[in-house]
Ligand binder design. Sequence first.
Ligand code: NAP
Length: 489
Amino acid sequence: MSEITEKQNPPANNNIMDIINTGCYVAGNKIESEKILEVRSPYDNRLVGTVALANATHAEQAIETALKGGQKLTRYDRFSILDKARQLLIERRDEFAKIISAESGLAIREAIYETGRVHDVLMFAAMESLKDDGQIFSCDISPQGKARKIFTTREPLSLALCITPFNHPLNQVAHKIAPAIAVGTPVILKPSEKTPLTAIKFTELLYDAGLPHYMLSTLLGPTNEIAEPLVKDPRVEIVSFTGSVTVGKRIATVAGYKKVILELGGNDPIIILEDADMDMAVHLAAEGSYRNSGQRCTAVKRILVHEKIKEAFTEKFVQKSKSYICGDPSDAATVVGTVIDEASAIYLETVVNKAVEQGAKILLGGRRSGALMEPTVITNVPRNADMVMQESFGPLAPILAFKDIDDAIALSNSTAYGLSSGIITNNMQHAIRFIKELKVGTVNINEVPGYRIESSPFGGIKDSGLGVKEGVIEAMKCFTFVKTFSMPW
Ligand code: NAP
């Protein structure tokens, strides 16, 4: 059964680590500073590490060093750095997993899984860095044409600012930096203040893999001294941001004349049709709702079930949900760790209580202890409840019934978000309708909304993003501009 284990006496295990005292990096130089950020475990508030914070002078140094540049990297250089980083990550997997888990409260098994995803990001970025990205256009192909050819080549941008959220402390960072390295674009990284240690360790791993120092600075500090001035700085050619809708829209407003990539929040449905394979539906709904403590932009935030099978589904789903043990993140048996902090857990508790006041019924969970929120199954949730309309970033599983496919599509499209979706059906005609009619960036048939490989295009529309995709290959395009040249031929 899902339960909250006692915090006072965590079981002894090997997943507790020494305190990390570190600092931000300006082009390979670890800074010293009076201002120190303490990083504490969301589970038991123990000190996990400290970070010496950067100031405006450091930000200026980071810009100048990146723009000054250094050794120009060939494709083979970029491949070698990324591939070496991949190998180093395999060697340091357990160290990274412990840091991710300690500072974010994610279960250690999720943290290990995340290192596997980052392995793939580095591998795909290394592979893609070797490929030629040019196109050739023959010009003698129309009555207006002539004997010439037009060629395209991609050139790196001079400087990228990458801003990342807390929910995948390593993978979010890797999804920005690896594609930038693959094309040779220098980066200033501003990771989440809630999970800075993983980002700094990854920065060190990339330097160890041979990344020239001018290619990467990692800065944390007050938003008005670091993040916002960098977003506005005209020398930054691209801001690549992943995070909340509120901050994303603010960045869109203040960035000015530059490329802006926004990967924002989600409110993804899993839609279970009458003909669905019930066991598959139950398994995918649970995985989508609870993995990573429900803190994935593509987590299942709404379970929409055909009214005729709702009762049977709900019974099995509650049973399944009991196997998602919630507790000490460092315990290998824990499936669901904490959410990022107590304030977030309190917010989730409030959202649940509000839905109950509106007539919803809790079937499992619903309790909170500190930053631990139990996997919570809740039914009869009104369609206008905050839990349905907004993004609840935690292990909540609201179940709603729909009466037919038109109703399911309308219900799915009824929120401001448009990131991804999962449809459980064996009916091809129905599947095609959802693919065509859902206003989202991704439709996965018989999979969770979050399914993807690290190189496939990924990203949302509406409030979830501007429709510009990430994923290794698309992100590489974002970090370059296309130059064309033509020659008589
Ligand atoms: P957040 O509060 O928006 O923070 C994201 C990053 O933005 C952090 O590094 C934060 O720094 C920084 N930031 C805050 N204010 C800023 C400003 N005015 N200018 C520039 N940067 C600023 O998001 P979060 O709570 O960390 O992450 C959760 C959100 O990310 C969820 O909504 C989730 O759905 C979304 N997300 C989306 C995707 C996707 O691909 N669509 C993927 C993962 C997560 P500080 O930490 O210093 O505040």
